[in-house]
Design a protein around this ligand. Structure first.
Ligand code: NAD
Length: 360
């Protein structure tokens, strides 16, 4: 593909985040949103009408087999991520896939193998990587300014934040889990990247479900379905050990009785410097010189570019140049391995060693 060729994208899933993708792609130079698909056809039709998208499909497979489409965005419930991503790669399409990469490790492996066979780009939609303060800290880490990052603490504690109670979000067979796989995966992804991508080796974790089953802790994302069910966790905690000796702790909740500003956070502890990031707008660096504490508040750039636009531009660049995305298929697989191990550790009460063998 030539560097300035227009890329024709089809969006599969016309729900909440599918619409966010459509809006973002419409603002992305070099892209045409050529089609939209949803198993709930009236929703796809409404999005097409609203955004003047010429083709509408009642399922993802028909869109995938449209020869006029170069790439797809997959923004459907988690259980369909792997089936659709594998089919899209096999049909020769590039894929921007919503997080979590897959519902479990088995499905994640299928995506990794399909990506390797296809030679196409598969990128995970972790837009937080492109937030300005996160990028500033990443650059400092890459320049060695924090020294050796030996420990990090991350989390996202919501007091009342259960999305779409009773819908696919709160059913294990459709989502793969609760806040851990929903918001924890963002923080895992970002923390590992900011720590310099050490290889995780083992996990100890626990999950709890104290509020969801009692219909408490309901949030504002997604419409509840009171005839549905709730069988996922509402809080998870974990300690992840890396092959370089560093550690990461993770705490996430959709519902918890605690003091929280409902913002995601990361604390990076390095031998030369530390960094704290909270939400999208607060960041601080910590160091010591001449026995004095030095704290530096990070500044947002005056001209800000929407992180989703930067993510889309990165996707296009990877398609055009054949380079590996920052949020690569293996980063998605790593996240799935850790999530799986946290659930397993919670079930067994034991530390779980990560099995990296893709042939198992
Ligand atoms: N990156 C982020 O910050 C972010 C934020 C929210 C949601 N998400 C992810 O986006 C995905 C969708 O979440 P949502 O909140 O938009 O959910 P949603 O329920 O609002 O929308 C999902 C849509 O997909 C459709 N769908 C389901 N299976 C399908 C299939 N096989 N083929 C075609 N359409 C299908 C449904 O009819 C629905 O309209 C999830 O994986 C979620 O984890 C990511």
């Amino acid at each position: 593909m030539a560097l300035n060729d227009e890329i024709r994208i089809g969006v599969i899933g016309a729900g909440n985040i599918g619409n966010v993708h459509i809006l973002g792609l419409l603002e992305t130079p070099g892209v045409t949103v050529a089609a939209v698909a949803d198993v709930f056809l009236p929703l796809a039709e409404a999005r097409a009408k609203e955004h003047q998208i010429s083709k509408v499909y009642g399922n993802g497979e028909d869109l995938i087999h449209d020869p006029d489409i170069d790439a797809v965005v997959i923004a459907v419930s988690n259980e369909w991520h792997a089936p659709l991503a594998v089919k899209a790669l096999q049909a020769g399409k590039h894929v921007l896939l919503e997080k979590p990469m897959a519902i479990d490790v088995k499905a994640a492996k299928e995506i990794v193998l399909a990506e390797r066979e296809s030679g196409k780009v598969l990128m995970i939609s972790h837009q937080r990587r492109w937030e300005p303060l996160n990028m500033q800290v990443k650059e400092l880490v890459q320049r060695g300014k924090l020294g050796n990052i030996y420990h990090a603490k991350t989390g996202w504690l919501r007091r009342k934040g259960i999305p779409g109670w009773g819908t696919w979000f709160t059913q294990m067979s459709k989502s793969g889990g609760g806040p851990l796989i929903d918001i924890g995966v963002h923080m895992l992804d970002l923390s590992l990247s900011l720590m310099g991508n050490p290889r995780p080796v083992s996990v100890f974790g626990a999950t709890y479900s104290e509020f969801g089953p009692k219909r408490r802790g309901i949030g504002s994302w997604g419409k509840p379905n009171w005839s549905g069910s709730y069988d996922v966790e509402d809080l998870a905690t974990a300690l992840i050990k890396m092959d370089n000796g560093s550690t990461l702790t993770l705490d996430v909740s959709w519902a918890a009785l605690t003091e929280t500003d409902n913002q995601p956070y990361i604390h990076l502890l390095g031998t030369e410097g530390g960094a704290t990031l909270r939400g999208s707008t607060y960041g601080k660096l910590f160091a010591e010189m001449f026995d004095k504490e030095i704290d530096v508040e990070l500044q947002l750039p005056e001209q800000q570019t929407d992180p989703r636009l930067l993510m889309n531009m990165h996707f296009l660049e990877c398609i055009r140049t054949g380079s590996e995305p920052l949020t690569s298929v293996m980063s998605g697989y790593t996240n799935n391995l850790i999530l799986n191990a946290i659930y397993e550790s919670s079930r067994t009460g034991k530390e779980v060693e990560l099995d990296w063998d893709l042939s198992n």
